[in-house]
Design a protein around this ligand. Sequence first.
Ligand code: PSV
Ligand code: MN
Ligand code: MN
Length: 431
Amino acid sequence: TGTYRISQSDIAEQNAKALPALQEDYDALARRLARGGTDIETIAKAVAGFGVAIPSWGVGTGGTRFARFAGVGEPRNVLDKLEDCATIQKLTRATPTVSLHFPWDKNKDVRAVRQLGDELGLGFDAVNSNTFQDQADQQHSYKFGSLSHTDAATRAQAVAHNIECIEIGKVLGSKALTVWISDGSNFAGQQHFARALERYLESMRAIYAKLPDDWQVFIEHKLFEPAFYSTVIADWGTNYWAATQLGPKARCLVDLGHHAPNTNIEMIVARLIQFGKLGGFHFNDSKYGDDDLDAGSINPFQLFLVFNELVDAADRKALDVAPAYMLDQSHNVTDPVESLMSSAMELQRRYAQACLIDRARLEQAQAENDALMALDTLKSAFNTDVSPILGMARHRTGGAIDPLGLYRWSGYRRHKSNERPAQSKQSAGIV
Ligand code: PSV
Ligand code: MN
Ligand code: MN
């Protein structure tokens, strides 16, 4: 890693300038919320306790299948990636963990990776396996699938890779494995739907058997792409079935971009909560498909409605295990650190707003079939500008009142472009 770091005194210095205005706005919002019976401190505490994992692959500039336009000072390896993740955490205090992806983040010394995480104050969230690309040294190709492949040796290779991910995760202190497979078909008749799913389940059983007692496995469904006719784990129904077949350690992961446009994702979340199978999220946003745009950048109301379900479930004590929050974005035209910071804060914003919902009023409106008042209850929370709460929560936890402003002021990217020589356009893990 490089040597440049944004210091705590940089943060304190910049915060001192912003604090008087923030305090004024915070006090005004506190008075406003108090009129409705809400104590701002409760919300500020909830926000301060909020955390979402940064995807290691998100700190590199993304790309599409057409091109990747490399940024300057990009991370060259997992250690550089951790350095960027630590910067995001230092400024936002909303991203205490990192989700690694293998083999992209492979390092011969996993302990050193863990140690750097410890030094930087970062924990490790779910580890992600990759059987959707062929690696240079691998024996069997995933061109026609991995865990559901017709060939037993290919399936065994994919199973072994997932087990290796668990082993690496144990060293890192991770407690979950996320499995997304791209298996599917491109032509009608190419694949036997039932047999492919049976093969998948058999492979997953072998992986599940290797999970430590305190681990979970998250199954991630996705409608299409790269398979364009059928996908083995295409939807939450198939996901739920597979997770149920596997057992209590298996749960469903909802990547917001993995559904058809206009799908009611918040209801999927509610259903998975009700069925005790919600494992976690990959937050991002989309307009067309798996766009991997910044969370809340296209449809912030949908994100708010997802958090409404989560807060409602927490209030009702309907969650036996807290779902894992992860971002999963691809930054093609922005500085990834800036995008990830603003996305993490976007989640906090929608979470804080969801905490503001007058649940008694909503329940009454529902009981009386008062549709307009029900929506109005949601909208009045959604329309509340909670920025002062977010800023104050950051200030109190040692973060920056204005993370984006401070980041630009620091010249972090310029420093890193000096420390990290330019990378090739195809560098591993920068997708
Ligand atoms: C697939 O589209 C996905 O959302 C999965 O989470 C992968 O692991 C990730 O993207 C990485 O590109
Ligand atoms: Mn994902
Ligand atoms: Mn995706």
